[in-house]
Ligand binder design. Structure first.
Ligand code: NAP
Ligand code: MG
Length: 493
C-alpha cells in the first residue's frame, strides 16, 4: 500500500424493524482490517435500548403472525431467494469477509458457498416439518404438532462471520421464528450487507433484526430480555457459562456451541503423507481460529520423532500472506486482542514444552496480526497449552503408547466438540469412534462440515445441535393435542 494511503471508512447503520438506524445513543465503534490494522468501517454501538427496540419488533412480527402465519412454502421460497442473492454476490461478500476477518480469500469463497447452501437446505426443510399421531389407548385422537419457539436471540463469533449467521438464521426462519442477531463486534460487515436484501426478497419487517454492539452492552440485554424465548449462542466457554446463568431467570431455551481442544490422533499404520497433511490442515485452517481445530496432535510413539520432524518441515512452507492474495494459506489473526492472547500462549508454551517451529510473530510483515504456524512437542496433556483453547495457529503434539492410551489422553479434556483418528485398520478406527467422547469424530480426515449432518459438542463444548434436521428442532416447540372422540360425558361424578 502506498505511503499515506488511507482506506475509505464506510459508515453502516443497523437493521431493526425493516429500517436502517443509528444507535439511540448515537455512538459508533470502529471495525478493522486485521492485515493493515486500519479502520475500514464504523457501525452503531447498540445498548439495551436498541436491543429493546429490536426485540419489540421481533415480538410484534411473531405475534401478528407476519412470519409463522405464512405458509412453509412461502418461507422456503424466501430463503431460496436469499441464497440466490448470496450466490450472485459471492465475490463481493467473500472479499469483504476476507478484509474484515483476515481469512484467506479462497476460504472466504468456500464459506460463501456454504452460506448459500445453508439457506437452500433450510428453505427445503421448511416444508418437511412434520407432526405425529400418537397411538393413545382411548377413543381419542392424539397428535403432536411442531410450532416455532417464538423470538430467537442469536449471538455469534468472528471466525466464520456470515456462515455463523446463516447457521443461526436459516433454521430459525424455516421454523417460523423471528430473530434478533448480534454479530461479533469485530466482524459485523457481511451480515449488514446481506440485510440490505431482506426487504427485496420479501422478508416482512421485524422478522430479522441485526443489532451491532458489544457482548456486555448488547448481548447481555438480549439474554436477559423477557420477550426473547430462546438464545442460540456460539462463542467461548467462558461467555457460554455466563449466558446459561443469565438466561435462567426467564427460563429461556438455550443452545450453546462453545470451544474445544480437539484431539487429532495418528496411529503408526496411517498413510504417513496424508497424516502430516491432515495434522496441519486440522490445526492451521483459518489460522487456527476454528472451534473444532485439531489443536492436540496425538501421535503413536513408534512414528513420533519422524512425525514431529515432517510436520515442522511442512509447516515452515505454509504460505502466510495478505488475505486477498490467492496463494495465501494463512492470513492475520482477527484482532489485536486475539493476537495478544495467542502470543501469551506462545510464551506459556515455551515454558511448558519444546518448540519444533514457529513461536512468534511473522516478522516479514510490517503491519497486521500475523502469527507463525507454531508446533510444540513433548507436550504433557495436563499442560495449559493442552487444556486451554488458544484459538490460533498453535499445535500441541503429544506422544502415546497404544490405543487405550490414545483414547484416555483424547478424552482427558474438559471439552468434547470434535476428534479425528487416522489409521488403515478398520477395527481400530471403529473402536476409537465408539470410545471418543465428542460431538463429531472424523476418520482419516479432519474439518469437513456439512449442513446435512449434526454439529455440536459434548461436555463443556456445549449442548444442542445445529445443522440438519437437528438444527431446526432447536427452534421448535412440541404441542400435544388431544381430541375426545366420545360424545358422552366423562361420567366420573
Ligand atoms: P466470545 O468472546 O465468547 O464472543 C462470542 C459472542 O458473544 C460475541 O458476539 C460477543 O460479543 C458475545 N458476548 C460476549 N460477552 C457476552 C455476554 N456477557 N453476554 C452476551 N453476549 C456476549 O467468543 P469470540 O472471541 O467472539 O470467539 C471465539 C470463541 O468462540 C472460541 O472460544 C471458539 O471456540 C468459539 N467458537 C465456537 C464455535 C462452535 O461451533 N462451537 C464456532 C466458532 C467459535 P463481542 O462481539 O463483544 O465479543
Ligand atoms: Mg469477544
Amino acid at each position: 500500500m502506498p505511503a499515506g494511503f488511507k482506506t475509505e471508512v464506510k459508515a453502516y447503520q443497523m437493521y431493526i424493524d425493516g429500517e436502517w438506524l443509528e444507535s439511540r445513543s448515537g455512538k459508533t465503534f470502529p471495525v478493522y482490517d486485521p492485515s493493515t490494522e486500519e479502520v475500514i468501517a464504523q457501525v452503531p454501538d447498540a445498548n439495551a435500548e436498541d436491543v429493546d427496540r429490536a426485540v419489540a419488533a421481533a415480538r410484534a412480527a411473531f405475534d401478528r403472525g407476519a412470519w409463522s402465519g405464512t405458509t412453509a412454502q412461502e418461507r422456503g421460497r424466501i430463503l431460496f431467494r436469499l441464497a440466490t442473492k448470496i450466490r450472485e454476490n459471492a465475490a463481493m461478500l467473500a472479499e469483504l469477509e476476507c478484509r474484515n476477518s483476515g481469512k484467506p480469500i479462497v476460504e472466504a469463497e468456500f464459506d460463501m458457498g456454504d452460506v448459500a447452501t445453508c439457506f437452500e437446505y433450510y428453505g427445503g426443510l421448511a416444508t418437511k416439518v412434520l407432526g405425529y399421531i400418537n397411538p393413545v389407548p382411548d377413543n381419542a385422537m392424539s397428535m403432536s404438532l411442531k410450532e416455532p419457539v417464538g423470538v430467537a436471540g442469536q449471538i455469534i463469533p468472528w471466525n466464520y462471520p456470515l456462515l455463523m449467521a446463516a447457521w443461526k438464521l436459516a433454521p430459525a426462519l424455516a421454523a417460523g421464528c423471528t430473530c434478533v442477531l448480534k454479530p461479533a463486534e469485530q466482524t459485523p460487515l457481511t451480515i449488514l450487507e446481506v440485510a440490505k436484501w431482506f426487504e427485496e426478497i420479501g422478508l416482512p419487517k421485524g422478522v430479522v433484526n441485526v443489532v451491532t454492539g458489544f457482548g456486555e452492552t448488547a448481548g447481555a440485554p438480549m439474554v436477559k430480555h423477557p420477550e426473547v424465548n430462546k438464545i442460540a449462542f456460539t462463542g467461548s466457554a467462558t461467555v457460554g457459562k455466563v449466558i446459561v446463568k443469565q438466561a435462567a431467570d426467564t427460563v429461556k431455551r438455550v443452545t450453546l456451541e462453545l470451544g474445544g481442544k480437539s484431539p487429532n490422533i495418528f496411529f503408526a499404520d496411517a498413510d504417513f503423507e496424508a497424516a502430516i497433511d491432515g495434522a496441519l490442515f486440522g490445526v492451521f485452517i483459518n489460522q487456527g481460529e476454528v472451534c473444532s481445530a485439531g489443536s492436540r496432535v496425538l501421535v503413536e510413539k513408534s512414528i513420533y520423532p519422524k512425525f514431529v520432524e515432517a510436520m515442522a518441515e511442512k509447516a515452515k512452507r505454509v504460505t502466510l500472506g495478505p488475505p486477498l492474495d490467492r496463494d495465501t494459506k494463512m492470513g492475520p489473526l482477527v484482532s489485536k486482542e486475539q493476537y495478544e492472547r495467542v502470543c501469551s500462549y506462545l510464551d506459556i508454551g515455551k515454558k511448558e514444552a519444546k518448540l519444533a517451529t514457529g513461536g512468534g510473530r511473522a516478522e516479514k510483515f510490517a503491519r497486521g496480526f500475523y502469527v507463525e504456524p507454531t508446533i510444540f512437542y513433548d507436550v504433557d496433556n495436563q499442560a495449559r497449552i493442552a487444556r486451554e483453547e488458544i484459538f490460533g495457529p498453535v499445535a500441541s503434539v503429544i506422544p502415546f503408547e497404544n490405543e487405550s492410551d490414545a483414547v484416555q489422553i483424547a478424552n482427558d479434556s474438559p471439552y468434547g466438540l470434535a476428534a479425528a483418528v487416522w489409521t488403515r485398520d478398520i477395527f481400530k478406527a471403529f473402536r476409537a469412534v465408539k470410545a471418543l467422547r465428542a460431538g463429531i469424530v472424523w476418520v482419516n480426515h479432519m474439518q469437513p462440515t456439512y449442513v446435512e449432518a449434526p454439529w455440536g459438542g459434548y461436555k463443556q463444548s456445549g449442548f444442542g445441535r445445529e445443522l440438519g434436521p437437528w438444527g431446526i428442532e432447536e427452534y421448535l416447540e412440541t404441542k400435544q393435542v388431544h381430541i375426545n372422540l366420545n360424545e358422552q360425558p366423562i361420567g366420573w361424578y
